[in-house]
Design a protein around this ligand. Structure first.
Ligand code: GLP
Length: 260
């Protein structure tokens, strides 16, 4: 995996937005997997800016969702469908027809999971999957001890993740216990994985994922198994990496044409 240490979240957002723009210039109909949470917002802001400035035409690109809460009513502002439409799809000037995600309101949730997993493959597979990381090392909503071969399925959130996400709701009680998430095996099928982590609160999870053993206990460590995984971290999130200087030197020596 490649680790890129950037000065701050804005720089990370700009770097990843440029990688996405470059992908869409090469492949206009690219399927872009997006993540929710606060961390990726600078990516979406930078990419929307590039689109508005005419730097890339994303009109044929498609956006797909990583995970979803189960049981929030359709149109709930904090359902990940609503979040992705609001933060990504609309700012990029795309319509809902460019968007695909799992149905968190389905009566048969397992069938909805399987249908979504199949749909991703039928759409040609994800070209670039953007990921954040939970403080417990989760990606998507694959909590610790998720199978590294898992497919899209229903999961139960840990208390830690519910507390971390309570800031988006009026109270902790309102945070759903159950979610749908692309499995780790599903995520690993994307052609390029880009994980962004910022802030000191992510430093332990980043160090364990990048420098620790591959372990279901730290789901993001599965990125070590992927042939093209990029981890972009700010100085604070990089603060516990033993190899930080090596990562800096490697990236500084990288020819510009190689991109992310
Ligand atoms: C949620 C999402 C993850 C995201 C994580 C971190 O759990 N399911 O995809 O990476 O939050 O969120 P934040 O970036 O706000 O710290």
């Amino acid at each position: 995996m490649e680790v890129v240490i950037v000065p701050d979240a804005k720089a990370g957002g700009e770097l990843i937005a440029e990688a996405i723009a470059a992908l869409v210039r090469r492949k206009p109909e690219a399927l872009l997997g997006v993540a929710t949470g606060s961390t990726p917002l600078p990516v979406y802001e930078a990419l929307a800016g590039t689109v508005r400035g005419g730097g890339v035409d994303v009109s044929r690109a498609r956006i797909c969702q990583l995970d979803e809460y189960v049981g929030l009513p359709a149109g709930h502002p904090e359902s990940y469908r609503s979040v992705v439409l609001r933060e990504v799809v609309e700012p990029l000037g795309l319509g809902e027809d460019a968007f695909m995600g799992p149905d968190g309101t389905a009566a048969d949730v397992q069938a909805a999971c399987e249908a979504y997993d199949r749909a991703l493959g039928e759409a040609g597979g994800v070209d670039l999957q953007l990921l954040g990381i939970g403080t417990d090392g989760h990606i998507g909503f694959n909590e610790p001890c998720s199978s590294l071969a898992s497919r899209t399925r229903i999961k139960t959130l840990t208390q830690q993740t519910r507390e971390d996400n309570a800031r988006f709701f009026d109270s902790l009680e309102e945070v759903p216990h159950h979610v749908i998430t692309q499995g780790i095996g599903t995520i690993l099928e994307a052609r390029h994985l880009v994980l962004l982590a910022t802030g000191e609160g992510k430093a332990d999870a980043v160090a364990q994922s990048v420098e620790g053993p591959v372990s279901a206990l730290v789901p993001a460590s599965a990125l070590q198994l992927h042939p093209h995984a990029t981890v972009v971290v700010d100085e604070a999130a990089a603060s516990k990496l033993k190899l930080a200087d090596y990562f800096r030197a490697t990236y500084a020596a990288k020819p510009e044409w190689q991109g992310l």
